[in-house]
Write a protein of this length. Structure first.
Length: 178
């Protein structure tokens, strides 16, 4: 299972385009704005060494799942266990906001693009907040391989798009990198 099966990503380039950019005499491919990792994946497929970097943690998660993959049967089994466990966990959650979920840079200044909210918790209707937090905790507790667990986190993160994180009347994808 690869990230293309789990999530769309606005900057993902077609393999045909990337294929034409990698030459036989290239020894190391460096992609400093790696995004979903398509360039690195194609370089690895061609037997090249590759360096990936991206400041966006969501992009890194997509890239990791795309490159490393996850076993579909293990993913489905782990996802089922997480959903069942989340139902039990939800009843134990009393919190209405996350601790330390303020949309601020490390220097304390508010995010420039915070979508009219001050906290991550405000992106979700109250009735959904406990369910999402329970599911995230259930994924944390699920026993699975690292690649499967990261694919579960990617599926969770990509499910957040229908929240208030998406731009109104916008053509862009959601901003789950908050």
């Amino acid at each position: 299972m690869y990230s293309r099966q789990l999530v769309r990503y606005w900057g993902r380039k077609p393999i045909e385009v990337i294929d034409g950019l990698i030459n036989e005499d290239d020894h190391v491919i460096v992609d400093p704005f790696g995004g979903s990792g398509s360039m690195v994946l194609e370089a690895l497929r061609k037997g090249k060494r590759a360096v990936y970097a991206d400041i966006n943690l969501y992009a890194w998660l997509i890239a990791h799942v795309q490159i490393a993959g996850a076993d579909p049967a293990e993913f489905n089994s782990a996802a089922g266990r997480a959903v069942r466990s989340a139902r039990d966990i939800e009843g134990l959650i009393r919190r209405r906001t996350l601790p330390n979920d303020w949309l601020r840079y490390s220097n304390g200044a508010p995010f420039a693009k915070r979508r009219n909210f001050d906290r991550v918790s405000q992106f979700f209707p109250r009735e959904n907040f406990r369910k999402l937090l329970a599911l995230l905790r259930a994924i944390d507790e699920t026993v699975a391989s690292v690649n499967t667990k990261l694919a579960l986190y990617l599926a969770f993160a990509s499910s957040l798009y229908p929240s208030l994180m998406k731009r109104r009347r916008g053509w862009s994808w959601g901003v789950p990198s908050y």
